[in-house]
Design a protein around this ligand. Structure first.
Ligand code: PLP
Length: 405
């Protein structure tokens, strides 16, 4: 027998498979609605002007070198990143009880957070995390890798194409005390369905009553509403009310730094003394996995966050991206409801938020869109709004109209 005979062939990643099929397609009007990255009105990746500017500033700095960063990352990046998500006036930051570590983007933050919990969280019985049904598919593998079992909590309601709030609350109430629940901070992936502020307050109340732990995944701050502070509302509300939590933060989408892998893990703990111990163990874990994080993207983001002029420019760039996506939602909704009079209710298209939209179309209909209309989307009916633009929106709306009739 050969050494690697025992290695089974894994199925290809569904998104990467979809992209490959799209690239191989020669149909001129093909559309890629699978990709989880921002595209401009010409379907091109967009380098944020503020990122270009910050890069030039960095490259012309004669003191810049390629030395290793500290194990927990670039200090000015992690502290500015913590203020961005938790707020400048965060009581937790003022009390020195936020442990922040630079990570390999949001995925790395999820991994390090999960690894830390698997080592040190006082689980009530089995190591379990509750994930929203549905969630970003990678969450399953990330927790599986560190020996934490996954359970689903009701989240998306296909009947309303909205939030199953009652089901969510019922599971929060019935779960054992001190359970860990993963929450999408904003712009839920894949549904685009977020709780309202009032609903977040109720959710936080149950977390407190049941002493649950909130594992926040924040991959889209600014991308949802166009406003960085507004998209951090849930996280800040939980912190100010004393819910125990951590936050995984990614700069992939809101700074367009996908491949540079810029992110951070922030763990909010009860006091400064605990912060010291937690930080020491995170350093041990980080050292064995990546030694220290990459510097370039963190430098770019630190510069943007610390320079008031660049920060204002970044906010404008974010509004450009979020604004275009919100505009595509409005236009798609308008064409479906007013022009084509497509059967069914399409209000969810404008009520959902962020990069993704759950259209509510069935697996068979999604398949028909791919195979007959050359519109590439995942089988669950999710579309990336960023794949739509002024040139292809009409074609997509007509194709969607055809498959649902
Ligand atoms: N979490 C969610 C919910 C996501 O959608 C993503 C990206 O698609 C990530 C985390 C992590 O992305 P990255 O590792 O590129 O920051």
């Amino acid at each position: 027998a050969e050494t690697w005979d025992v290695v089974p062939l894994a199925p290809p990643d569904s998104i990467f498979k979809l992209t490959a099929a799209y690239q191989a397609d020669t149909f001129p009007q093909k559309i890629n609605l699978g990709v989880g990255a921002y595209r401009d009105d010409d379907s091109k990746p967009w380098v944020l002007p503020v990122v270009k500017k910050a890069s030039y500033i960095l490259l012309s700095d004669p003191t810049l070198n390629h030395e290793y960063l500290p194990i927990t990352g670039l200090p000015e990046f992690v502290s500015a990143a913590a203020r961005l998500i938790l707020g400048h006036d965060s009581p937790a930051i003022a009390d020195d009880r936020v442990v922040s570590v630079q990570t390999i983007s949001g995925t790395g933050a999820n991994h390090l957070g999960a690894l830390f919990l698997s080592r040190y969280y006082p689980f009530n019985g089995d190591k379990v995390v509750y994930l929203s049904d549905p969630t970003w598919v990678n969450h399953f593998a990330i927790f599986e890798n560190v020996g934490i079992k996954q359970r689903l909590y009701p989240y998306y309601d296909p009947k309303t194409i909205g939030l199953d709030f009652d089901g969510f609350i019922a599971t929060l109430r019935s779960a054992p005390e001190r359970s860990v629940f993963l929450l999408h901070a904003c712009a839920h992936n894949p549904t685009g369905v977020d709780p309202t502020v009032e609903q977040w307050k109720t959710i936080a109340g149950v977390f407190l009553a049941k002493k649950h732990y909130a594992f926040f995944d924040s991959a889209y701050q600014g991308f949802a509403s166009g406003d960085l502070d507004r998209d951090a509302t849930a996280v800040r509300y939980f912190v100010s009310n004393g819910v125990p939590l951590l936050v995984c933060q990614s700069f992939a989408k809101n700074a367009g730094l996908y491949g540079e892998r810029v992110g951070a893990l922030h763990i909010i703990v009860p006091n400064k003394e605990t912060a010291g111990r937690v930080r020491s163990q995170l350093s041990v874990l980080q050292r064995s996995e990546i030694s220290n994080p990459p510097s370039y993207g963190a430098r770019v983001v630190a510069l943007i966050l610390k320079n008031p002029e660049l920060f204002e420019e970044w906010k404008a760039d974010i509004r450009t991206m979020a604004g275009r996506i919100i505009d595509m939602r409005k236009q798609l909704h308008g064409v479906l409801t007013k022009e084509l009079r497509t059967p069914g209710n399409w209000d969810h298209i404008i009520n959902q938020i962020g990069m993704f939209s759950f259209t509510g179309v069935s697996t068979t209909q999604s398949k028909a869109l791919v195979e007959e209309a050359h519109v590439y989307m995942t089988a669950n009916g999710r579309i990336s709004m960023a794949g739509l633009n002024s040139k292809n929106l009409r074609y997509f709306a007509e194709a969607l109209d055809r498959v649902v009739r």
